[in-house]
Design a protein around this ligand. Structure first.
Ligand code: G3I
Length: 323
């Protein structure tokens, strides 16, 4: 292993990770690999609504500030995640009583308070996350119920007012699952572009699996690029145990298939126009910290670093993708 090679040096676009403050504080091996390998950071959880704004008149900035300070000290870009999401709005929001104007003000105040605090420090935001359901309709959520479909446009307008220099992304998953959800996402974005809504990028989470076809992955990346917007592969991981086999082992054969899939994704992304390459971000750093193990209660190894933050074959696959 050539330790003088790192992802951030080898790749012609930003390569980032979603990071967890608890691990940054407590695990030297984790902190070291974050500093060495990545040049863009996303907070795994620290900038979500519930974390930042747990009650109506309280903002808790400690964790998000910690991440932003860490990034600044180490020369990393910060991508903000996420202003508005259907998932886990705090109870005070779910129980909020107010007319349409009051809900509009609630949305605006949250977005503008957060974006203003990090103006000049956070380069870009996932403004709205996962607004489209699997069947292509808008996903039911408190924002849709209270504000109608306009909650999406409004969120971008409010974020743009607070920081006109921030790059604003619509972020979702499943572009590579097939045409139904992908087309709905692309139509939503095309509609926003036609209306002149300030949207600058499309985030494709790409929580994918090693069995996903290259054709679907290419369709996801290339149709996103065809919008003309910046493209962020925003939450990349490649699940190796999608069938939830409890006693699966991570064989050399699986590691090679994962390497090939990482290489294909990076190669395809590297072929889109340079000025649209916002970067690739993996969701977590090493296999030990993947959200997948907790969420699905199964062994899995989705990342380019292993449980001890050593480089896997997948790491070499990423490097090979730009050769
Ligand atoms: O911090 C509490 C802890 O105090 C408590 O004991 C424990 C018991 O459940 O929960 C802890 O909070 C958990 C939090 O992660 C921190 O570990 C939440 O339950 C859990 O729901 C939360 O999961 C996060 C999830 O988003 C929901 O916010 C994952 O870490 C995070 O990886 C995941 O990230 C999402 C992206 O934001 C959007 N795209 C999909 C991606 C994966 O689901």
């Amino acid at each position: 292993i050539d330790e003088s090679v790192t992802l951030q040096k080898a790749l012609p676009f930003k390569f980032g990770a979603a990071v967890n403050n608890g691990l940054l504080r407590s695990k030297a091996a984790y902190r070291d690999v974050v500093i060495k390998e990545f040049n863009s950071l996303t907070a795994e959880n620290a900038m979500k609504f519930s974390q930042l704004h747990p009650s109506e008149n309280t903002y808790t900035w400690t964790e998000a500030d910690y991440l932003v300070d860490f990034a600044q000290q180490n020369g990393k870009r910060v991508h903000g995640h996420t202003l508005i999401w259907y998932k886990n709005p705090p109870n005070w929001v779910l129980n909020y009583q107010g007319d349409a104007a009051a809900w509009d003000k609630l949305l605006k105040d949250h977005i503008q308070t957060v974006v203003t605090r990090y103006k000049g420090k956070v380069t870009s935001w996932d403004v709205v996350n996962e607004a489209v359901a699997e069947n292509g309709t808008l996903r039911d959520c408190i924002w849709l119920q209270k504000l109608g479909p306009e909650y999406i446009d409004k969120s971008f307008i409010y974020a743009h007012q607070a920081d006109p220099d921030a790059l604003l992304f619509y972020n979702d998953y499943g572009h590579e699952f097939g045409p139904t959800k992908r087309t709905a996402i692309l139509n939503l974005i095309a509609g926003m572009q036609q209306k002149g809504i300030p949207i600058h990028g499309i985030g494709m989470q790409m929580h994918t699996r090693y069995t996903q076809s290259n054709a679907n992955i290419a369709a996801a990346i290339n149709t996103a690029a065809a919008t003309g917007l910046k493209v962020h592969i925003a939450e990349l991981d490649i699940a190796m145990n999608p069938d939830n086999i409890q006693d699966l082992t991570y064989s050399a054969g699986l590691a090679e298939q994962q390497k090939a899939k990482y290489e294909y994704i990076v190669r395809t992304y590297n072929a889109i126009p340079k000025n649209q390459q916002f970067g690739i971000t993996t969701w977590n750093v090493g296999d030990a910290d993947t959200w997948i193990r907790g969420e699905y209660s199964r062994p899995d190894w989705p990342l380019p670093f292993d449980d001890n933050y050593k480089r896997k074959a997948a790491y070499q696959g990423i490097l090979d993708g730009v050769k």
